[in-house]
Design a protein around this ligand. Structure first.
Ligand SMILES: C[S@@+](CC[C@H](N)C(=O)[O-])C[C@H]1O[C@@H](n2cnc3c(N)ncnc32)[C@H](O)[C@@H]1O
Length: 331
């Protein structure tokens, strides 16, 4: 082989190797979507599982072979068994749902957008976020973050526990419920423009009397004549066009009495950590014609100032993704 050809092969090999971790994500995505991890929980042959599930046997076989090569599936004689150590989370409905939501978002929403990125750069259109199709998926992935932030959010509200709390873009209502449950004297209102997630939120909140949900665009929502003590805007900013954020925050700040609070959760750019994740997330949002870029920490401060709000605290919730909880107070 001449040097040039050797170099070509070397570079191709280098980039092929870099692609290898993706295999494992593809494999778990397929296993989650088809429930094959559960199907092979006890150790079964490919023939048996394919028959039971009415699946294409050759494709199931290829899937277990990849699984065996990367340690997701173990082979014993002619039977295959899901590796509890590496993929045990896919055998339990609760944990598999949380990971599955993330996988779904990544594979069905992010990957297609990333693949079309060259077209978007060349001014050949943009992606369009389909609220109906993906509303539940993104609400589910946001809900997986709740566990990292509950404590801080509940603490923030503790001084206003008899008041009115509004959760804008509440999704399936994880925070809404947690607050209503913890502070039974508060009136807690969840607002979301997606009908499906509001239905889920309502169904999951039937036992809680101090909670209500409204299926409406936040631009059209207000609490006629009444003050709102606390507003949550969690994982919502990227739905609001950048040029409308100041006016939106000013309008929301107008609902608050002195001492009223706003909790904003969002990944922020230009933080000192999490750059790889936050910047790719930002590329994904920006590639859409109806999702918008993430704010930097400095922009968040300017935004608060424009609405006469004091930044009481900005703290990282998930450092790897530069996810922050920003606590604003009306003076
Ligand atoms: C990523 S989810 C976040 C859900 C929840 N706040 C959380 O952090 O877990 C964002 C939610 O905002 C809702 N949303 C987006 N734009 C909205 C708008 N203009 N008015 C009301 N809800 C909106 C979406 O339908 C979606 O359910």
């Amino acid at each position: 082989m001449n040097i040039k050809k050797w170099k070509d092969a070397y570079y191709a090999h280098k980039w092929m190797k870099k692609n290898e971790p993706f295999l494992s994500v593809w494999h778990v995505y397929v296993g989650y979507e088809t429930e094959l991890f559960k199907a092979f929980k006890k150790g079964k042959t490919v023939e048996k599982v394919s028959k039971e599930y009415n699946y294409e046997e050759d494709l199931v076989r290829r899937w277990v072979e990849v699984g065996e090569a990367i340690g997701h599936v173990k082979k014993k004689g002619s039977k295959y068994k899901t590796s509890k150590k590496n993929c045990g989370e896919f055998l339990d409905d609760r944990t598999s749902h949380a990971v599955g939501a993330l996988l779904k978002e990544m594979m069905e929403l992010h990957i297609p957008t990333i693949l079309a990125y060259p077209d978007y750069i060349k001014k050949e259109g943009r992606a369009h976020f389909d609220h109906e199709r993906f509303g539940k998926t993104v609400a589910d992935t946001s809900a997986t973050l709740e566990n990292f932030a509950y404590k801080q959010v509940l603490k923030m509200i503790s001084s206003r526990k008899d008041g009115v709390v509004v959760d804008l873009g509440c999704g399936t209502g994880g925070y809404t419920r947690a607050i209503a449950h913890k502070y039974p004297k508060a009136t807690v209102i969840g607002v979301d423009l997606n009908k499906d997630v509001i239905e889920i939120a309502k169904a999951q909140s039937k036992q809680i009397s101090n909670i209500q949900f409204e299926n409406v665009d936040l631009a059209d929502w207000s609490l006629e004549g009444e003050a709102v003590d606390v507003v949550l805007m969690h994982n919502l900013l990227h739905y609001i066009p950048n040029h409308e954020r100041e006016a939106t925050l000013q309008r929301i700040a107008g609902w608050l009495p002195s001492g009223g609070q706003i909790s904003i959760m969002t990944p922020v750019t230009e933080a000192k950590f999490g750059e790889a994740f936050v910047n790719s997330f930002n590329a994904f949002f920006t590639a859409h014609d109806n999702l918008f870029s993430l704010p930097s920490q400095v922009e968040m401060q300017q935004l608060a100032k424009s609405a006469d709000l004091k930044v009481k605290n900005i703290e990282p919730i998930i450092k790897e993704g530069a996810w922050h909880l920003i606590h604003l107070v009306k003076e």
